[in-house]
Design a binder for this molecule. Structure first.
Ligand code: ADP
Ligand code: MG
Length: 682
């Protein structure tokens, strides 16, 4: 991420401020505070209203409250030869006494003495006597800086060892005094119509206010005021307003970056003529064995328009598991191949790359098109030059010396498994080829705008007809024998089954051991049916052999880790048992379950969750109720946050300090609109 233009004068290291020696600087660095700018954006953990205190006598059990009083007694008790201890002081505010205790933190003793005036913030966990365990404390010191700490709403910051709350608060106060005037608007031309220059914005009549309101936005304070309000608000509600303003800046920065990238591409690149002439697609569709759904056809029309257009296509294809994205990618590939260009297809796992290799070999070789596989472990023979080819691979396509001439289209399957940079690297292998990225993860709209702001979006919102239903059941561990009986029944009917284990141990080695152990058990459980094993540590050939045997129904039960999460397509497999399902995210379970329900037969997904975790089982019920991927993704985002949903590193998102992609839907839209407006003008 580029630093925002606001960073300029605030980039001075903190050691240039009064009172910061090397020891303080090291402590501040532990909080990632290195420059004045960092310090000014150090977000308070909470605020405390020190204009009003609760009387100790009035505190109720369970209340989280701040009290103020004098220490009238204190002491440290030790037992078990000194290994256990409790430090306690008694606070009196004139209305009642409050016992404050710290267990096994004997050093607390040295911070307090009798007669000290102290603030404590905590939860009352007993009434007789009134007691708080491990409250936060701050000793009131005499001094001219008391106006910073008393009789106002004060910020309470995240700290690190050795750094006192009071010192940091004074330090930030002084830094604000000195530097606040230098905080500028990062994008004055963009925010001019939505930002009040003055602090008490609601009472102010500002010329720009009607314009902001006409767009349906709340006025927000100028950045400098927002930063002041973040630390020292006049009202508690100001803190949220300040946060929104700072969040808007973060989102704007990202949106401007995304949209600039796109604009630059449009200005500098001409789309390669890849719309094709149907001479390959026609015979392909005739021989395919099914007709495309309306949704697939609609998307293909969008793709054809892009690939024949002036600018390189940048399109995201979203479609729930089983919606039939592969065949759409196939038709897109044929358009480029018809036009005389090569095509590259990248998949996130070797298993999926192998599967695509098989599918596309079957589809394309009869049409006279060469298909080559390139993964870290396997490379099929090179193809004759001077005809058009399809190259299929894993990220080895990026890393290796792979650089085909005449690359017309890049397809990335299961895009959410890759980062933005990987996507760009592959595209740069050619002269602005068209790009189609596909994902089954239904991205909630806010995230979509943020992650894929530079892509056009197509959605396959319809499953092919004649699909069997998937019925989902959540069961406790105790029910496992019954589930096995059920699976055996289905095997006898001629169906196949997956049994999936999550990462159960810390190391990958441990995981392999665990799944191998289960496999041995299941072999006798399901005999005489054949039980295969698939996990990430197997060699590429072993993985492929296992998949191949399963596809050919030489194996009836496949025991696997979540390596089969994406893309695997075996229509006769209609049962999936997922063990320890509570360890997976909902979206991931939805993906896993998408491996079944691919043929005409009714399919069954059984989620077995540890019976001790009732709450987890409750969460899984969503999957019993719906197969709507969007609803599931929203629920997941709410429960686990975007990092978990998308895979933390892969999400490609900058770490936001103030923005919250779940709560700030409106701000994301606003930032996107603002960025688009400005870039249009320039
Ligand atoms: P995904 O969108 O999850 O990648 P796939 O492309 O793997 O789904 O498609 C799932 C299965 O549905 C494949 O076996 C595919 O051949 C089949 N399929 C795709 N489109 C249709 C269709 N229009 N009618 C019937 N079957 C289809
Ligand atoms: Mg797929």
């Amino acid at each position: 991420m580029p630093t925002s233009p606001a960073a300029g004068p605030l980039e001075a290291p903190l050691t240039t401020l009064r009172g910061v020696g090397s020891e303080r600087a090291a402590q501040l660095a532990r909080l990632k505070l290195r420059t004045v700018g960092d310090l000014l954006l150090h977000r308070p953990r909470r605020h405390e209203d020190r204009r009003h205190f609760r009387d100790i006598a009035g505190l109720q059990l369970g209340d989280a409250a701040t009290a103020r009083g004098k220490i009238i007694a204190l002491g440290l008790k030790r037992w078990r030869g000194g290994s256990k201890s409790v430090f306690e002081f008694i606070l009196d505010d004139g209305t009642a006494r409050l016992h404050c205790r710290w267990w096994n933190l004997p050093f607390m003793e040295k911070y307090f003495k009798q007669g000290d005036e102290v603030f404590v913030h905590g939860r009352l966990n007993s009434l007789r006597p009134r007691t708080m365990d491990h409250p936060e404390t701050e000793v009131v010191e005499a001094g001219e800086e008391n106006f910073i700490h008393l009789n106002r709403i004060v910020p309470v910051y995240p700290l690190t060892e050795g750094l006192p709350q009071r010192w940091l608060r004074s330090f930030i106060w002084r830094a604000l005094e000195e530097h606040e005037a230098r905080i500028t608007e990062p994008w004055p031309e963009i925010t001019a119509h939505g930002v009040a220059a003055t602090f008490r914005l609601r009472e102010q009549s500002s010329a720009s206010r009607p314009q902001a309101e006409a767009r349906g936005y709340e006025m927000l304070p100028a950045r400098a005021n927002a930063i002041h309000m973040l630390h020292f608000p006049e009202e508690l509600g100001d803190v949220e307003i300040a946060r929104q303003r700072l969040a808007l800046d973060e989102l704007l920065e990202l949106q401007i970056e995304i949209q600039r990238r796109r604009q630059k591409l449009q200005a500098s690149a001409r789309g390669l003529p890849c719309a094709g002439d149907n001479h390959l697609i026609k015979p392909f569709l005739t021989r395919l064995g099914f007709t495309l759904t309306d949704a697939q056809t609609k998307v293909l029309r969008e793709i054809r328009k892009d690939m024949g257009g002036q600018q390189p296509m940048r399109r995201l294809l979203q479609g729930d598991v089983g919606a039939g994205k592969t065949v759409v990618a196939g038709c897109g590939a044929l358009m480029a191949l018809e036009s005389g260009f090569n095509v590259a297809l990248m998949a996130p796992t070797e298993i999926l790359a192998e599967q695509h290799f098989q599918t596309f070999s079957r589809w394309f070789r009869p049409l006279g098109i060469g298909v080559q596989l390139r993964t870290g472990n396997r490379k099929t023979p090179d193809l004759a030059p001077r005809t058009s080819h399809l190259f299929i691979g894993t990220h080895a396509l990026i890393d290796s010396g792979f650089a085909p001439a005449n690359l017309g289209l890049v397809v990335i399957d299961e895009q959410h498994k890759f980062g933005v940079t990987q996507r760009e690297k592959l595209v740069r292998k050619g002269r602005y080829p068209h790009l189609l990225v596909m994902t089954a993860t239904p991205i909630p709209r806010t995230l979509g705008l943020t992650l894929y702001g530079d892509l056009d979006i197509s959605v396959i919102d319809q499953l092919p007809v004649g699909r069997g239903h998937i019925k989902t059941f959540v069961r406790a561990q105790l029910a496992t024998p019954k589930v096995f009986d059920f699976i055996r029944g289905k095997l006898k009917e001629g169906r196949q089954a997956y049994v999936v284990y999550p990462r159960v141990e810390e190391s990958e080695n441990g995981e392999v051991k665990a799944v191998t152990r289960e496999w041995e058990k299941l072999r006798s459980e399901f005999a005489p049916f054949q039980v295969g094993l698939l996990h990430g540590r197997l060699k590429a050939e072993e993985k492929e052999r296992a998949m191949e045997s399963f596809r050919a129904n030489k194996i009836q039960v496949l025991v696997a880790t979540s390596v089969i999460e994406v893309g695997v397509d075996v229509a006769n497999a209609t049962v999936m048992l997922i063990e320890n399902a509570e360890r997976f995210g909902l979206a991931q379970l939805h993906q896993l379950r998408g491996r079944i329900g691919r043929g005409a037969h009714e399919s069954y997904c059984v989620l077995v969750a540890d019976s001790k975790t009732d709450e987890a089982r409750q969460r899984l019920k969503v999957l019993e109720e719906t197969t709507d991927g969007f609803r599931i993704a929203d629920e997941d985002l709410r429960l686990r946050g975007p990092g978990e949903l998308l895979g933390r590193e892969q999400s490609g998102l900058p770490p936001f300090r103030f923005a919250d992609l779940i709560e700030d839907r409106a701000l994301v839209e606003r930032a996107r609109g603002m960025a688009a407006d400005t870039l249009k003008k320039n």
